[in-house]
Design a protein. Structure first.
Length: 105
């Protein structure tokens, strides 16, 4: 008889580990913002690092992407999505800074 519960248990353990890491990486920036324990520049650096780690946790634990064992098409699709996100963020910042500049003219 074959034990079919082992892969599902491993998969649920992976999701649980990812969930705990995601919660931790979310709680740290919220705690820093709420308590003002560290200087602003340090808090922003920690928040940025937590955001990058959060992305890596989601890619690894929830999307199951591993760079070594991933097909090139998936990496290309991921790179394209990243470029689109950067364009959207850059465009939004450009519009907001332009509007801010126009408010003070």
């Amino acid at each position: 008889m074959k034990d079919t519960g082992a892969p599902e248990k491993r998969r649920s353990n992976t999701y649980a580990a990812g969930y705990v890491l995601a919660l931790l990486l979310t709680a740290i920036p919220f705690g820093l913002a709420a308590t003002n324990l560290v200087p602003r520049a340090t808090a922003l650096a920690i928040i940025a690092i937590a955001a990058i780690l959060q992305i890596l946790v989601h890619l690894r634990y929830f999307l199951h992407l591993r760079l070594r064992a991933t097909a090139p098409e998936r990496i290309l699709a991921l790179a394209f999505a990243g470029i689109l996100i950067l364009i959207m963020i850059g465009g939004s910042l450009w519009i907001m800074f332009d509007l801010h500049h126009r408010m003070w003219i």
